[in-house]
Design a protein around this ligand. Structure first.
Ligand SMILES: N[C@@H](CCOP(=O)(O)O)C(=O)O
Length: 474
């Protein structure tokens, strides 16, 4: 499998190099040159497989030529293990919970950091370990988080021998539990940086660092955000997993996906292009609604970033939107480069009418504010006694507003555990006390370690280069 850049000017790479690349050298994002497509018979034959075996079948074409089958199988078996010493706390790894009639929540929060990010970052850490050990290479990881990616990346990579990890989060803009999940993991190769800015500032600095890596003095920079193709690849699997449990592929399924960076829903779009019958994909955003503004009015314009009760989606510009633009423009990298350059200069982007109509055909969308989020948490609790986290609640609201057919199962991606967001749960008027799971029971007493830095790329790069070799200068 070869991967090409969405901006058409970077060399094509194999999976191993894409895993280690982050952004392409032309500033684009890597995508498979040709997407594998499965037949209905093939997909149907996967019904009932354990999660790791399904993962092998779905992802194998993406890693072919880079990771030998036997190694990949072993990595997947470890990544999606369950039981007392397993990585995931639920035997089904990603169980479906029925909310009512034909409406289901796909619970993606039974991993170590209680969010869907564990599905990809537990795998990414193991893949990195495998590839870096083989190459005898040490790398620096830089990631930006609005709350969930950070802890999942640290948890996924902390045991990697050859990695120093730097996670940038917006100072005082993530929930208490989210922050502690990152800052209480201590290790000489783990560095949390609280930026005096917002998530987009953090994301911008990470992306800019890929374009200018001299500060790393020859050490390679690797991405843990969904700009890294391996993240998207791993997230495709749970769409197959959910659909197969609900009668797929003979029956199509609809999905509603809370999304900020457009990575999780883009994985669903790819699953559909790979042959999985998906009747509807709903983009569910909070008040930071750049994706909804594009889908509903062809306006992908930067706006002010609002702090909300669903902080993981407090994102102004969605990285993976560029991957969709690439497809909407017939995979013409130069056209995408032109659009992205003009977006950088003006903060505004719209596409030709026929391309936008195509996007409307592919996705429905809704933006949900805090009030409506809390109302949905309360409504679902009243009817089912299930407590939703605010991001999942946004997905439920969007599913209910945008649903096209009551006969088709509707799956809402349950992106995080509500215990991470007590403020929203409390504001929704839910008196029930939510307990942290056993492995995090003392989270609020643990020692925290992080460094506050100004919103200044030179300060960040200076910090990375002076701590990038197990806490020592590079
Ligand atoms: N929602 C994310 C923001 C980063 O997105 P990613 O999917 O590109 O890692 C978070 O919680 O950190």
């Amino acid at each position: 499998m070869r991967y090409i850049s969405t901006r058409g000017q970077a060399p094509a790479l194999n999976f191993e190099d894409v895993l280690l690349a982050g952004l392409a050298t032309d500033g684009g994002l890597y995508v498979p040159e040709n997407l594998p497509r499965f037949t209905m018979e093939e997909i149907a034959s996967w019904a009932g497989l354990p999660y790791h075996e399904l993962a092998f079948r779905v992802m194998r074409p993406f890693v072919t030529g880079s990771i030998p089958d036997a190694d990949f199988k072993k990595i997947l078996e470890e990544t999606y293990s369950t039981g007392p010493d397993g990585v995931f706390a639920h035997n089904a790894v990603a169980p479906l919970r029925q909310l009512n009639g034909n409406e289901w929540v796909l619970e993606l929060f039974h991993g170590p950091t209680l969010a869907f990010k564990d599905f990809a970052l537990q795998l990414l850490g193991r893949l990195l370990d495998h590839v870096l050990a083989k190459r005898g290479e040490r790398v620096v990881i830089m990631g930006a988080t609005s709350g969930d990616t950070g802890s999942a990346a640290i948890e996924g990579c902390r045991r990697c021998d050859n990695v120093d990890i730097f996670i940038l989060h917006p100072h005082e803009r993530v929930s208490d539990v989210q922050r502690r999940q990152m800052t209480s993991i201590l290790g000489e190769n783990i560095h949390n940086i609280a930026i005096e800015g917002n998530f987009d500032d953090c994301q911008e600095m990470v992306k800019a660092s890929f374009a200018d890596q001299a500060f790393l003095k020859g050490t390679r920079l690797v991405a843990v955000n969904s700009i890294n193709w391996a993240r998207i690849m791993a997230q495709i699997v749970y769409y197959f997993h959910a659909a197969l449990q609900l009668g797929g592929p003979a029956r199509s399924v609809a999905f509603s996906v809370p999304t900020g960076n457009f990575g999780d829903i883009f994985a669903g779009y790819l699953a559909r292009n790979m042959g999985l019958p998906i009747s509807q994909l709903i983009v569910a955003t909070n008040r930071n609604d750049i994706l909804h503004r594009f889908m509903s009015g062809n306006r992908y314009d930067k706006d002010t970033l609002h702090h909300s009760l669903s902080p993981s989606m407090d994102i102004m510009v969605s990285s993976n939107f560029e991957r969709l633009l690439f497809d909407l423009h017939g995979r013409n990298g130069l056209a995408v480069a032109e659009l992205m350059n003009s977006f950088k200069a003006t903060g505004k982007l719209s596409v030709e009418e026929d391309r936008w109509i195509e996007a409307r055909r592919l996705f429905d969308s809704l933006a949900v504010d805090d009030e409506e989020t809390c109302r949905t948490i309360a409504e679902v609790f009243k009817n089912t006694t299930e407590v939703l986290d605010p991001h999942t609640a946004i997905g439920v609201r969007a599913a209910r507003e945008c649903r096209r057919s009551l006969d088709t199962p509707m799956v809402i991606l349950g992106t995080a555990h509500p215990v991470k967001f007590p403020e929203a749960v409390e504001k929704a008027g839910i008196g029930k006390l939510l307990e942290l799971p056993k492995h995090l029971f003392d989270l609020h007493e643990r020692e925290e370690r992080s460094t506050v830095l100004p919103n200044d790329i030179k300060a960040v790069q200076g910090f990375v280069s002076s701590h990038g070799n197990r806490g020592k200068p590079l």
